[in-house]
Design a protein around this ligand. Structure first.
Ligand code: HPA
Ligand code: ZN
Length: 334
């Protein structure tokens, strides 16, 4: 199964570039910039990556991102991610970045964009991986802050495909961002949002109705509301599910309890993604392998997940069709 997973062309649709900052690079960038950290080794960082809920992770993720200062840092970070997922058979990726995490520390929006965009262009040339960028607003900050961030993004409209919503979910309903999302749509951005990871099914409804999202990030708590599941299935709204993230953040107590196969069986469009691979113990290939094993998925399930990753992407229809044909042509070992 591992060879089949590797061979399938796949898209990754839920990846926070700041969450791909591996301990080795984190320590090297801290040294480069003379930043003191409370951790002096990769092992000490790995040991700190033990979370019981989303907020535990976010606290350490925002601190880690503090070593990203110049455009070359963002370039290296993005390049390393692309090389890593190239080895997993990823052919297309849609990457979140959190500009407020950087602009609030005095790093200019242009610096972030410059490093990430150059790496994505070089990655397409050198590795053949196509990409889209998704600007994610931090939902624990105000809508006014998000409005300012959207203003800064307007000159980069050609390089940013969509806006999203991430960070602490509890007490931060999608509805709080209705106006900035409406303006983003009127400026030509697609919209997505994290919802139903820790938050209730009602947040998924708000993301659909108030933010008009075309995908839900995580969304696994939809299972508590059968009408909502039926709606997600009939409207073919994809969920970007992140299994290793969900077990690391205790959304599910163990992988065997994950609900993604049940959601697939209800007709939902489920995709497999890594979220923050440097913090959650694996890239997209490891996520596929973990669910294949824990949920006893067969070759048809895995092929359906790879097909969904392409169908749910922002690629043009002709490219989707070409990748789907490639997926169907991958030989199975049986
Ligand atoms: N949830 C919310 N915010 C995030 C996540 C996540 O899984 N990863 C990075 N920011
Ligand atoms: Zn996420």
């Amino acid at each position: 199964m591992a060879a089949y997973i590797r061979a399938l062309p796949k898209a990754e649709l839920h990846l926070h570039i700041e969450g791909s900052l591996e301990p080795g690079m984190l320590l090297a960038l801290a040294e480069k910039h003379g930043i003191e950290l409370p951790y002096d080794s990769e092992a000490a960082l790995q040991e700190a990556y033990s979370f019981t809920q989303l907020q535990d992770f976010l606290d350490i993720y925002f601190k880690g991102a503090g070593v990203l200062l110049d455009a070359d840092d963002f370039y290296q970070l993005t390049r390393a991610y692309l090389e890593r997922v190239h080895a997993d058979g990823v052919v297309h990726c849609e990457i979140f970045f959190d500009p407020q995490t950087h602009t609030d520390r005095g790093v200019p929006f242009a610096t972030v964009m410059d490093g990430i965009s150059r790496a994505l262009k070089d990655g397409e040339r050198d590795l053949g991986i196509s990409s889209r960028l998704i600007l994610s607003f931090l939902r624990h900050l105000s809508e006014a802050d998000a409005e300012k961030t959207l203003d800064e993004a307007l000159p980069y409209r050609g390089e940013i495909a969509a806006v999203g919503l991430d960070s602490s979910e509890h007490g931060q309903p999608p509805e709080k961002f209705s106006r900035v999302f409406a303006r983003a749509r009127s400026e030509g951005f697609l919209t997505v949002a994290h919802a139903g990871e820790e938050g209730p099914p009602e947040y998924i409804r708000q993301a659909l109705d108030d933010l008009k999202v075309v995908r839900i990030d995580h969304g696994v708590r939809c299972e508590e509301d059968l009408d909502l599941c039926r709606r997600l299935a009939s409207e073919k709204i994809p969920l970007t599910v992140c299994p290793l993230s969900n077990t690391k953040l205790a959304v599910f107590d163990r992988m065997e309890s994950h609900n993604l196969k049940r959601l697939m069986d209800m007709g939902l469009v489920i995709t497999i993604n890594s979220d923050d691979p440097a913090y959650f113990g694996g890239y997209v290939g490891a996520n596929y392998r973990a669910v294949a094993e824990a949920l006893s998925l067969d070759y048809d399930d895995i092929r359906a997940l790879a097909r969904n990753s392409i169908t749910a992407s922002f690629l043009p229809e002709d490219q989707k069709k070409a990748w789907l044909e490639c997926i169907d042509a991958v030989a199975r070992p049986d």
